[in-house]
Design a protein around this ligand. Structure first.
Ligand SMILES: [Zn+2]
Length: 303
């Protein structure tokens, strides 16, 4: 049995009936309209085991009890350690239709991941000027791109975020964000740092995930790796920066997460889905550094 979670709620494609009169009048110089692109392929999995009592989220994601998703989200929307979610009630606290029970061998398809990549729009360039970008920054605005991406929120709802990145690395970011979507790794919000006046502290204070920000390195004067668009901070509250002495935790709201508990939603662990996705592209994680720890930080060059 194949469950097309979202497909069954969307309208069937309109049937186009050729109009011969219109064709006769058509200007031969006007090119044919481009055919509609195929929809994004859905991400499908087989339910592995009846005994696991797996249920599936109405958005198409996995909400299972014995077989939690990689981000450990359970049927009731809570998060827990892998395999610890207990009985699956197949209802959701958010008022949605709820999970549907799935038998072993059932193929269930996730909501398709959606994203776009585009050059920086004029309004965003204007917002970046004097906040996250100035003359003399190591990467110019034309070398950056804006990713608009789907992501799961901490409330279990699908959301849309925007990330400014180095254009030639956009495919890496998109691949990681797609993987985070597929395993329902929750990300609180994704907004350009210019929305916070370029203040990393203000961005971290609301648990914002961001990439490009032309600014000095934390606690120093040289350019941060974020100034190059090849670094990203993910869920900074659950994944704080912790100085070597342990005396500085940024953001301060991240203090409860200095002691790493893998069952905390949105917390980055190794092994885990976010570290694994970046590692496949050769990127480094600040949580693996020896002295200071920057659990939110991933970069192309490992710095
Ligand atoms: Zn960082």
């Amino acid at each position: 049995m194949l469950l097309w979670m979202l497909a069954c709620t969307s309208e069937p494609p309109a049937v186009v009936v050729p109009d011969e009169e219109a064709d006769a009048d058509a200007d031969p110089d006007v090119p044919e309209p481009e055919p509609e692109p195929d929809p994004e392929p859905q991400f499908c999995r087989n339910v592995p085991n009846d005994a696991e009592g797996a249920c599936w989220h109405s958005f198409g994601g996995l909400y299972a009890d014995g077989a939690c998703s990689e981000s450990y989200q359970c049927c009731d929307g809570a998060f827990g350690a892998l395999g610890s979610c207990g009985e699956c009630a197949c209802t959701e606290p958010t008022g949605h239709e709820g999970c549907v029970p799935a038998e072993a061998g059932t193929e269930v398809c996730f909501a398709p991941y959606t994203h776009t990549v585009e050059p920086l729009p004029t309004a965003l360039r204007d917002a970046m000027a004097g906040t996250t970008y100035e003359e003399g920054c190591p990467v110019g605005l034309d070398a950056l791109a804006l990713i608009t991406t789907a992501h799961w929120g901490f409330d279990g709802e699908p959301k849309t975020g925007q990330l400014v990145v180095k254009a030639d690395l956009a495919s890496v970011y998109v691949d990681v964000l797609q993987h985070a979507w597929q395993v329902q790794f929750p990300i609180e919000r994704i907004e350009p740092a210019s929305a916070y006046g370029g203040s990393d502290d203000a961005s971290m204070a609301v648990n914002n995930t961001s990439a490009f920000n032309c600014r000095p390195v934390t606690g120093g004067t040289s350019w941060s790796q974020h100034s190059y668009g090849h670094a990203i901070d993910v869920n900074p509250r659950q994944n704080p920066y912790v100085s070597a002495s342990g005396n500085t935790v940024l953001p301060p709201e991240g203090a409860p997460y200095v002691t790493r508990d893998p069952s905390v939603p949105g917390l980055i662990v190794d092994p885990g889905p976010v570290v694994g996705a970046f590692r496949r592209h050769g990127w480094g994680w600040g949580g693996s550094w020896n002295s200071l720890k920057d659990y939110q930080h991933f970069s192309e060059n490992g710095l």
